[in-house]
Write a protein that binds this ligand. Structure first.
Ligand code: NAD
Length: 356
């Protein structure tokens, strides 16, 4: 019997590459990675699996309907897991258009290609097919000091990024309700781990600290995020794909609410131990912390109620905040070449999206 085929969009990105590595390493799926390779996509993140017989790469823009249809025709996937997106909130403030193009229009192109392909499948395969849309908890907006986001929380996106993701969630839901396309949506909290582009908080802090550069923190650094190690997210995505109920949404979170300042201080403390030869005559990495003007529209708190995925599908995170952060620091310390290559000169470790 032929191996089942999964079409992964955005498989050269941070979470997509963790998912592709996980799928190739622990399942027997054939994996087709469809990725445009924007600044955030990097095939070096797939080094460990790229020569595997069950892995194929297609450099395609999800907005290109003809090419997307070709990929469906040629590879005949049993399911699609859609991660390709413009993903950085700060960049969405500087230039929202690319976020609408990829996250909204691109998702619509994929949904239409998937629907046309799915319509022609034999009945048994039609029932099994899944369109799994990977989204964020940011669609729910911001919490006060109390409460958690659940699958029934109202959508209140505050940034151009989260508005574009909210829009794509609504379209996936509508394609399921209107056309019967079997769909799953997952909304996950903040991820951290290996292979994350260094504009995001965790790798930015690690690399700036090692270089003796300021560690920029928005405002007081008291914004709270619910942190999840990226491999735990990959395990959750596979669990939802294989056992989630079509038409359902599942929230994914790590039960790790931390302020941005706590995250930065944790990273500094791990680095103090692992790299005690501090740069520039400082005694502790924390001395590099620099508070900068807050991001406009900055959400104060995200926190996930993950009881649905835990109780229905039996998924639980394996890493604690401390074990995941230590693994992450180790990865960046051991992969300096990956970091150097990914920084192609156009991004210099600053905070973007700070409108005056
Ligand atoms: P990323 O920016 O690291 O990777 C995005 C990938 O998509 C890149 O490989 C890029 O080349 C590709 N891509 C972008 N535009 C494309 C296009 N038009 N056509 C084809 N490929 C394109 O993002 P990430 O952090 O890995 O996030 C992946 C998904 O998970 C996104 O949908 C994001 O909204 C969602 N998500 C991220 C987080 C997080 O903390 N990073 C949390 C929850 C949900």
């Amino acid at each position: 019997m032929k191996n089942k085929t999964l079409l992964i969009t955005g498989g050269a990105g941070f979470i997509g590459s963790a998912l592709v590595r996980h799928l190739i390493e622990i399942t027997d799926y054939r994996v087709v990675n469809l990725d445009k390779l924007t600044y955030a996509g990097n095939l070096e993140s797939l080094g460990p699996v790229s020569s595997n017989d069950r892995y194929v790469f297609e450099q395609v823009d999800i907005c290109n309907a003809a090419e997307v249809a070709r990929v469906f025709r040629e590879h005949r996937p049993d399911a699609i897991m859609h991660l390709a997106a413009e993903s950085h909130v700060d960049r969405s403030i500087d230039g929202p258009a690319a976020f609408i193009e990829t996250n909204v229009t691109g998702t619509c192109v994929l949904l239409e290609a998937a629907r046309a392909y799915w319509n022609e499948l034999p009945e048994a395969e039609k029932t099994q097919f899944r369109f799994h849309h990977i989204s964020t908890d940011e669609v729910y907006g911001s919490l006060g000091a109390e409460g958690l986001f659940s699958e029934t929380s109202p959508y209140q996106p505050n940034s151009p990024y989260s508005a574009s993701k909210a829009s794509s969630d609504h379209m996936v839901r509508a394609w399921h309700e209107t056309y019967g396309l079997p769909a799953l949506i997952t909304n996950c909290s903040n991820n951290y781990g290996p292979c994350q582009f260094p504009e995001k908080l965790v790798p930015l802090i690690i690399l700036n600290a090692l270089a003796g550069k300021p560690l920029p923190i928005y405002g007081k650094g008291d914004q709270i995020r619910d942190w999840l190690y990226v491999d735990d997210h990959a395990r959750a995505l596979l669990r939802v794909l294989e056992t989630g109920r079509s038409g359902e949404t599942y929230n994914i979170g790590g039960h790790n609410e931390k302020t941005n300042l706590e995250v930065v201080k944790t990273l500094c403390a791990i680095l103090d131990q692992k790299r005690p030869d501090h740069p520039g005559g400082i005694g502790r990495y924390e001395e590099l912390i620099t508070h900068v003007t807050d991001r406009p529209g900055h959400d104060q708190r995200y926190a996930i109620d993950a009881s649905k995925i835990e109780q229905e599908l039996g998924w639980m995170p394996e890493e604690t905040f401390e074990s995941g952060m230590t693994k992450t620091v180790d990865w960046y310390l051991n992969n300096a070449t990956w970091c150097q290559r990914v920084l192609d000169g156009s991004y210099r470790g600053e905070r973007l999206g700070v409108i005056e």
